[in-house]
Every structure is written in C-alpha cells, then in structure tokens.
Design a protein. Sequence first.
Length: 171
Amino acid sequence: MGIRETLNTRPKLAGGIAAGCAAVAVLLAVAHVMDLRASPLGSAKPERAFFTVDDGKTWFVDDAAKLAPFDHDGQQAVRAYVCECDGRQFVNHLERYTDAGKKAMAKVREAAKKGPPPGMLVFVAQQGGREVKRPGETKWVPASNTAVARPLAMPKRPEGASGEPHFIFPP
C-alpha cells in the first residue's frame, strides 16, 4: 500500500502529520523572531541592515530593528538585501511590512520581552505581514505566497556575471 492510500484510509494519521508540520513551522518562526531580538555577545549595539529609498539604486545602513517602510529624510525607506557577485554589489530584493504586519511585529516584540511570543502572532507578522519584490518590479508579493516570494529572495546572478552571488551585511 502506498503513502497516499495509507493517508486516505487513516485520516487521523494524515491530520497528525499536518498538525506536526504546522507546529514545526510555528516553532521555526518563533525561533527566527527570538534571534532578531538577541544581540551578539550581549552588547547593546543593535544589528545593522541595508535600506533603500530609490528602489535599490542606492542603499544606506540603519538599525535592523526598524520595520520598513519608514520615513528617511522625507522618503519611504524599505529593506534592501544586498548581494555581491564578481566584485559587483547590487540589491537582490526589497522587503517591507504591511500596516497590519507592522502592528503584529510590534506586538511580537512586546510579547518577546516577557518570553516566547505566541506562535500564531509570529506567523501573521512574518508571513502575512511582509511583502517582497525585486528592484525595478512594480508588484509587491506577500511573503505568504511562498511559491513566488521564496524564489525572489534567493540570490540571482546579474546578467553577464559568472560567479555565484552571495548576500553581504553591513559592518
């Protein structure tokens, strides 16, 4: 008997497997948020990240705890994920939070001060509340649309480059 037939004849087993997968996803999301609030070696200095106000043409460094979009010198700044390939630096993709996502992340951060935040709140903030796109594109894609969003977040080799692109981080 194959896997499909086994799951069809044992719906409780199928439900248990689905619940286990959902629990693992929530735990991974909680671990991700807990990592965001941890600082290296217990220092008070926050991590830094790249941001852009011109769709990735240029970028600047700011506090990684800032939730994009935010106002930067009168313009809307979004998170920029910068890569390097063959010595050339470029923005691979951009990220921002929806208004609901920013509110959910604020609640996650507040809850994290007291202990692990509720898993569903973390899921809503990280998946339902984030959007990504490549520079030059007009449409933002919800992070929850993993079939589209996940490939967007993978480093893409620039045209004419032969090396492997890799993410870089601010000093």
